[in-house]
Design a protein around this ligand. Sequence first.
Ligand code: NAD
Length: 510
Amino acid sequence: MAWLEAVPNSGSESRRYRLKNPVTLEPVGDFEAASEHEVRAAVEYARKVQPDWAGLGFEARGRFLQRAVQQLLERQDEFVATIVAETGKPTVEAFASEIVTSCDVLTWYAKRAHRILADRTLPVHLVKNKKLRIAYRPLGVVGIITPWNFPFVLSLNPTAQALMAGNAVILKPSEITAFSGQLLQELFDAAGLPEGVFQVVTGDGETGRALCEAGVDKISFTGSVATGRKIGEACGRNLIPCTLELGGKDPMIVCADADLERAANGAVFGAFANSGQVCISTERVYVVDEVADEFTRRVVEKTATLRQGTGGEADVGSMITPTQLEIVERHVDDAVARGARVLAGGRRNPDYEGFFYEPTVLADVTHEMQVMTDETFGPVLPIMRVRDVAEAVERANATRYGLNASVWTRDRRAGAELAKSIEAGAVVVNDCMVTYGVTEAPFGGRKDSGVGQVNGEIGLRSYCHAQSILVDRFGGKSEASWYPHTEKKLSRMKRMVRWVWGTPLGRLLS
Ligand code: NAD
């Protein structure tokens, strides 16, 4: 049974889809994919209303976002129910990852944008007769395209930043979680946002493609590497900026002096939270030889205590799509065929009809196995024994991904130093996956894991153009570099160059 199926749309040319619940396989609802024409119309409308939105200023915009928080608090159970119906997450997980983080990001940017994006005056080191002011101007209309694994917060977080920076936003949520995406429209409408400032266009990849071509001023994309490349190409052709937050294959390095109880708990949570469908899931473990047996024993023991299911008492939910479940099956089967040992799980959960895959621990894995090289995006924890930390770092870096990583050691200072040798956008010492939850932390991948960064001050500023405003300080009829060019000017310039970069005092001042 197809779980996202195209349904006939009589009398209309638009594409219509029916979504099903990944746990019960019951229909969740139907939605229509916005056409190219509808996407363009949304962008045009947004462009009309954006200047007034920007003109409101930070305080007024912040009040709208704070109102959205109040709406979210009032309707949290209803929102969580929609997210759970589409994703199969356990209720606690949905609440913690989608609602708690959303309240935080809305509030953080609402309260701080005025300071982070305030005009700045910078001293000019050489051209002393000019005054430099930097003004963070909104880009205009921002297109946001998002995935299905955290369908609410991954849409809301970039939206909050783009709106606070004074932009209008068109959101294209994943077709797999279209109704969670539509919750954002309900939220901002209820918060009283002026019409057209925030619009959701539901649809598939074709709708997303149309958004990239519809004349927006930036695309903020979160999703797979393959789609990220297409979006990067489209933005390059259209000469608009984009941030690409893509996939990962996050390594975990367990040093000999690690607190093994904490590391084992962290490994189990890092690998199985959201059924492993987190871009910063722990996807591979490198544990040094002398503690490998004890670490692995604890991981297997803890995995056995996990409760798979739904509702408030379940730890690990279903997977969101059957396609993703098939990738997980393929990776585990490939590993087993090449000699990996299954220490836990290793199969679909036979107790459920929906897309449940049992939390799986693998040992004796090698880098010839897909499970160690390609993003699995499922509840699988492959553990590899290594000689020492140097080998762990070498193997951690032997990947085309570079999103996130974790290091586990009692020596926190050494851990922070070790972090610098890992080619990843972010590294966590003695914890995992917290990077996205720390709003101040710039977040973004290296290598194939992405381009640009979101979150924190850097992320907020990326929704603006830093406009340099240079003001002449003293006037006068002309400048030394203006016309006419003369030999006299040339020799004066040569003397100046020799003095500024050729004398100790000049070098000091330059
Ligand atoms: P996906 O790339 O298949 O889809 C993401 C979005 O792009 C969807 O809304 C989809 O409709 C749209 N899309 C598809 N084709 C398009 C096109 N040609 N032009 C424009 N838009 C198009 O990704 P997914 O399967 O929804 O998400 C899973 C992936 O996302 C994983 O690889 C995961 O690691 C990654 N991810 C990354 C982060 C991060 O912050 N780095 C966070 C979450 C998920």
